[in-house]
Structure formats: structure tokens, C-alpha cells
Design a protein around this ligand. Structure first.
Ligand code: NI
Length: 191
């Protein structure tokens, strides 16, 4: 197990669009090690996901997993998903207000408008094609992680800066109402 240092907001690597990964690079030991390290680093930090530029590697790869997450107790479980060269297509007009946090923006959360349904195409760690539709709260998690690969942080997408809150004040003042909305989404989509 190897943990990588997590880049913090202000570091230019988080603002650099990441480059695509070739099949040859994907199959290299160094790249497979990076994927393992992303998983270890995400789990150690209790993240719901982490993207390669967050560990100072500007390549198009990210990992997502939710398993009774203490940072996001209301999030439905998502099995470990490793995405290389992912592309998202927003489907439909429906959006929902998602309270997001980020391991690269410690201590804060804010409300971001996310599509409730996206089509995801990507490669898995073996180079096999992934093509699926992701819905509900989980669609927000995928949009957040893939934004990182374009140098976009959730704070860029917070339309009302007055929604910024520390984690403690989120729990005190905003969590209950948000969890109700989140539960309604999860009830509709099962994710
Ligand atoms: Ni993030």
C-alpha cells in the first residue's frame, strides 16, 4: 500500500487539463501502480473518489468508491470503479443541487448543480471499454471526479457562494435538509 500526497487548491496541477493515456502506458507497471495508489489514497482519506491530478499526475484517470463512507454517510454504496480516459455526456435537462466536498479543498463544502443522468464511456484498468449510464446522486460523484481531469474544481461550479460551509456547520445546519433531498434521488434512481 502506497499513499500519495494530495495536492491542495492553489497548486497549478489541479488547474492543468490532464492528458490522455495510451494503451501502452495503461499497461505499464508504473501506471498500474498509480491506479493502486489512487485507490489506497482515496480509501485512507475517506474520499468518495480521487483523480490522478490530485496526486500530482496530470493524466486522465480517476477512481470512485463509496462503502459506508463516514464523510458522506448518506451516499449509496458504489463499487470500486477505475476509469481511464473517461468521457461524460450529460443526458436530459434535469439537474439537482449537490453538496460537494473535495480532498483538495479541505474543510469546505458547497452546492453544485449536477445532471441527474450521464452517459459514461471509459477504459477500465485492463483497457476494456466501459459504456454505461449513471444516475442520481452517484452521477454527481462521477461528474466531480471527471471535472478534475479538465482542471475544474467544484468551487468553480458553485453558483451561490453563500452555500459555502465548513463541514461542522454543514452537519449542524444543512445536512438534514440535504439528506432528505438526497434520499429522494436515491429512492428514484437506486443510486
Ligand atoms: Ni475532488
Amino acid at each position: 500500500m502506497a499513499l500519495r500526497k494530495i495536492a491542495q487548491i492553489g497548486h497549478p496541477v489541479l488547474r492543468t487539463p490532464s492528458r490522455e493515456v495510451s494503451l501502452e502506458e495503461l499497461r505499464s507497471d508504473a501506471f498500474q501502480r498509480l491506479l493502486d495508489d489512487l485507490v489506497d489514497t482515496m480509501r485512507d482519506a475517506n474520499g468518495a473518489g480521487i483523480a490522478a491530478p490530485q496526486v500530482y499526475e496530470p493524466v486522465r484517470a480517476c477512481v470512485i468508491e463509496v462503502k459506508s463512507n463516514p464523510r458522506y454517510p448518506y451516499k449509496p454504496d458504489v463499487p470500486l470503479t477505475i476509469l481511464v480516459n473517461p468521457v461524460l455526456e450529460l443526458r436530459g435537462e434535469e439537474r439537482f443541487d449537490n453538496y460537494e466536498g473535495c480532498l483538495s479543498v479541505p474543510g469546505f463544502r458547497g452546492v453544485v448543480s449536477r445532471a441527474t443522468e450521464v452517459r459514461l464511456t471509459a477504459l477500465d484498468r485492463d483497457g476494456n471499454a466501459i459504456d454505461r449510464v449513471v444516475r442520481g446522486l452517484t452521477a454527481g460523484t462521477f461528474q466531480h471526479e471527471i471535472d478534475h481531469l479538465d482542471g475544474v474544481l467544484y468551487v468553480d461550479r458553485v453558483t451561490d457562494p453563500r452555500t459555502f460551509t465548513t463541514w461542522t456547520e454543514f452537519e449542524r445546519h444543512h445536512q438534514a435538509a440535504f439528506v432528505e433531498r438526497a434520499k429522494a434521488l436515491v429512492a428514484r434512481f437506486g443510486s
